[in-house]
Design a binder for this molecule. Structure first.
Ligand code: PGA
Length: 255
């Protein structure tokens, strides 16, 4: 992390876990454990859990995010949720382009870009996920893929809007597998993302952008990961469902 020039952000991604009542209970457990955080703390939860999460997090330093957003403002898009709906519900962040959406739900670099623009235009903060598959890494395309995905996601995003963008580097092979990237691999991947932002917006701007690492980040490896200069926090899946584990990651990013 380089807290002198950019924010450290620890964000939980609950995926398809927790009912509304379980949401209330888990956030109630987390609140006292993360209250002294010296980083931003975000929980991205299923749509149906958002009202409960916002209520439970009231008066605390926990901010609430969604896990997806549609790119149209309204209309015949059954099952989708717009940026304005999220904004009015009190959501501040939204995860966009998670690899599970890219793999299982047909998300493309184009739709990631459209969703990002919709979120940013509505005043939401976008946590945009990029990452290479194991096959792409083994073929030596990690840098190419990360730069391409980053630039595609940020097409038509203004310098001003970039202030509300967080990029999460999540190697697909590390998500939910228990295989974490080494701290050096995370730092290198985040560095490729930063270089892509520098190519598009200039090096000074790129230095200010928060770039998280995600993929089996946990209470045991968070310290080492966030000790790297390019790792400005994390996007946490499994470990964000356990209050104590999540708070340890927050503590690591608060040092
Ligand atoms: P994981 O998930 O921490 O369970 O690997 C990370 C993510 O998918 O954002």
């Amino acid at each position: 992390m380089n807290k002198a020039v950019r924010k450290a952000v620890i964000a939980g991604n609950w995926k398809m876990n927790k009912t509304p009542s379980e949401t209330t209970a888990l956030i109630g457990e987390m609140k006292p454990l993360v209250k002294d955080a010296d980083c931003d703390v975000v929980l991205c939860v299923p749509f149906i859990d958002i009202p409960a999460a916002i209520e439970a997090a009231k008066g605390s330093n926990i901010k609430i995010g969604a896990e997806n957003v549609h790119f149209k403002a309204s209309g015949a898009y059954t099952g989708e949720v717009s940026a304005d709906m999220l904004k009015e519900a009190g959501v501040e962040y939204v995860v966009i382009g998670h690899s599970e959406r890219r793999t299982y739900f047909g998300e493309t670099d184009q739709t990631v870009n459209l969703r990002s623009l919709a979120a940013l235009n509505a005043g939401l903060k976008a946590i945009i996920c990029v990452g290479e598959t194991l096959e792409q890494r083994e073929l030596g395309y990690t840098e190419t893929i990360l730069k391409f995905q980053t630039k595609m996601a940020l097409t038509n995003v203004t310098k001003e809007q970039l202030k509300n963008v967080i990029i999460a580097y999540e190697p697909v092979w590390a998500i939910g597998t228990g295989v974490t990237a080494t701290a050096d691999q995370a730092d290198e991947g985040n560095g490729f993302v930063r270089a892509a932002i520098a190519e598009a917006y200039g090096a000074d701007v790129a230095e200010t952008v928060t770039i998280q690492y995600g993929g089996s980040m946990n209470a045991g490896n968070a310290d080492e990961l966030v000790s790297k200069v390019n790792v400005d926090g994390g996007l946490i899946g499994g470990a964000s469902l356990k209050a104590v584990d999540f708070s340890k990651i927050v503590a690591a990013a608060s040092k």
